[in-house]
Ligand binder design. Structure first.
Ligand code: ATP
Length: 585
């Protein structure tokens, strides 16, 4: 039996994406990074210029102290000063060029990946993978920020540390060794401090997140909380969470202050000690006074990348975690083939051994269902609460992550239909209607730029045209505003209009009449009849008996199994939900 998971990526039409790598090949992010090798080469070249020219002030100092001061030659002073200014201009220009190149490369990196990351994040959410919905895009952002920040400069400048330390060795070996010791001490102290701080910061972040998530959840249900006077109980719980967060944050801040003071002490002490050693060597006649001053500056620029590495370490650790998560996410995406020209969906559906499971459940929700639905028929799905009706609806749409077996549409596995092509041929009204930020027209049009006539037709089919016209801005009324004034029934009919847009080949309605009044139910009945007349396949999960009369066949589900499936022979008996059906599975 073939499996429906992992499901194909929800891709865009005409989209070709890199295939998931075979083992040994570069992974997704590396493939993209590899395309930036040209930029990296230029950054290395500009960095080389900038680093060599950083020696300018040192050479200038040597010239002034050891040559001009002794000779008193003004012309030499003017000449070396002009060269110094010129070389420093070139150095700044090289640094500006490499920063600009990096920022542009970062933007291109984002552009190349953002669509794929969006799609992959969306699919992961659909597959109910446990992560924050915004995590993939935050990861992409963190990675871009690291790649365009100081961390990269620290990496490309680090080899120059060796060059500068080499120059210190040339001035005098003791100066060279002292700078090596300083570099090691700086690294060890920096990383030690980082490790201590990170533990504390992470604990603080976790507690902060817990406290704010707790608050968000309670604020979302503010009306229920207020109605039943639960406010003070919830506030006490939140205050306990918040207190732990504040304590942890205070600890982190104290530690940060201690680390900062220690690092500052170390830097100043290093400079002082270098100067003392230089002075000792001058007194001994081993180096000149100019070399002593130059050695101090040289050590400053030699240890600069080391300081940058220490500073950017937490950014690097975050970027590394983002890199790992993004790679896992993108590598898990299956390749979406270039959309083949699709025949129109007729709406014939077969279920073969369809089993639906959910994490945390020992038994499946649906147990190996085999069924055939004809194109153009109206199927009512009935059964007690928890029988698996909504789960079956989601399996029919190919959006249930834990489904095994096959859902065939017109004989083709639902996974073979590119979602961007199949989606417009499907209408879905979920049990909990979610409207999206935008206007009423946008929502009915599924955010596609389409002819307003089609939007109006869908609204008329759902019986909401007049209601929308009565709104202050008609079809342009934002649902954010309208959502506050729309009743449950109106929202459901708006969702129905969205499902009915262009009378799609397959329409799945999950309890479409749950919030409807008689007028709404009549509009729903007319809409289903219109779909039937057009030969569309309709599934409706219903509890209302009068809607059953519209169905060609009724599917009775019980505890995830088909109890009955066939035409209705008699209306449900009083007190019963399930009608008499003339066929058993
Ligand atoms: P109702 O008529 O009350 O809407 P239903 O027949 O549509 O019920 P489903 O929503 O399909 O029932 O749920 C069937 C069973 O699957 C229930 O026992 C429910 O608790 C369980 N279930 C549904 N969704 C999940 C999920 N995401 N994770 C775990 N169990 C789930």
């Amino acid at each position: 039996m073939s499996t429906l998971t992992p499901r194909a990526t929800l891709g865009t039409a005409g989209d070709t994406r890199p295939a998931a790598p075979a083992s040994g090949r570069r992974n997704s992010i590396d493939q993209v990074l590899w395309t930036f090798r040209g930029e990296v080469l230029w950054i290395v070249v500009f960095s080389a210029f900038a680093n060599v020219l950083m020696l300018t002030p040192i050479i200038y100092m040597l010239q002034v102290f050891d040559r001009v001061m002794f000779s008193g030659n003004m012309l030499t002073l003017v000449a070396v000063t002009v060269f110094m200014v010129l070389f420093l201009c070139i150095m700044s220009f090289a640094e500006w060029l490499r920063s600009r190149l990096l920022v542009r490369a970062g933007n291109r990196f984002d552009e190349v990946l953002n669509e794929r990351v969006f799609t992959a994040g969306f699919t992961a959410q659909l597959n109910q993978q446990r992560q924050l919905p915004t995590q993939p895009l935050s990861d992409l952002n963190a990675l871009r920020q690291f790649l365009t920040g100081n961390g990269v400069f620290a990496v490309v400048d680090t080899p120059w540390t060796l060059v500068f330390i080499g120059a210190l060795f040339l001035l005098h070996p003791w100066l060279g060794w002292l700078s090596v010791v300083f570099a090691v001490v700086q690294l060890v102290m920096g990383f030690g401090a980082h490790r201590m701080q990170m533990r504390s910061i992470k604990a603080g972040q976790k507690l902060g997140l817990e406290a704010s998530q707790y608050l968000q959840a309670k604020f979302r249900n503010a009306e229920t909380v207020e109605a039943m006077g639960m406010q003070s109980n919830l506030r006490t719980q939140w205050m306990a969470l918040n207190e732990r967060f504040l304590e942890q944050q205070a600890q982190s801040q104290e530690m940060a202050a201690r680390v900062q003071s220690a690092m500052k002490w170390m830097q100043y002490t290093q400079q002082g000690l270098m100067l003392s050693l230089g002075a000792l060597l001058v007194i001994d006649g081993k180096i000149s006074a100019g070399a002593m001053v130059a050695a101090n500056s040289l050590m400053g620029i030699a240890l600069r990348p080391v300081g940058l590495i220490v500073q950017s370490w937490s950014q690097f650790a975050d970027a590394q975690a983002s890199y790992r998560r993004l790679n896992e996410l993108l590598d898990a995406q299956t390749t979406q083939p270039v959309d083949p020209p699709l025949p129109e969906v007729r709406g014939q559906i077969s279920l073969k051994g369809l089993t639906a499971t959910a994490p945390g459940r020992k038994t499946p929700i649906l147990h190996g269902i085999d069924l055939e639905f004809r194109a153009g028929e109206v199927v009512a799905i009935v059964g007690p609460s928890g029988a698996g009706k909504s789960t079956l609806a989601r399996c029919l749409l190919g959006i249930w992550p834990g489904a095994t077996g096959q859902v065939l549409i017109d004989g083709h596995d639902i996974r073979a239909w590119p979602r961007a092509s199949l989606g417009p041929q499907i209408g879905y009204l979920p049990q909990d209607v979610e409207l999206f930020e935008g206007s009423i027209a946008d929502n009915i049009a599924r955010f596609e730029k389409i002819d307003s006539g089609e939007v109006i037709l869908a609204a008329q089919a759902a019986g909401i045209h007049d209601m929308v016209l009565r709104m202050p801005k008609g079809y342009d009324t934002p649902v954010g505003e309208a959502g506050d004034t729309l009743s449950g029934g109106q929202r459901q009919r708006l969702g129905l209009a969205r499902a009915l847009l262009r009378q799609p080949a397959i329409v799945v309605l999950d309890e479409p009449s749950a919030n409807l009044d008689d007028q709404g139910e009549a509009a729903l009945g007319r809409a289903v009849q219109a779909l039937k007349a057009k030969g569309r396949t309709v599934f409706m999960i219903v509890h209302q008996k009068n809607l059953l009369s519209l169905a060609d066949r009724v599917l009775v589900l019980d505890a995830g199994r088909v109890a009955q499936f066939g035409p209705v022979t008699a209306a449900p008996a009083p007190g019963q939900q399930v009608p008499a059906v003339n066929a058993k599975p």
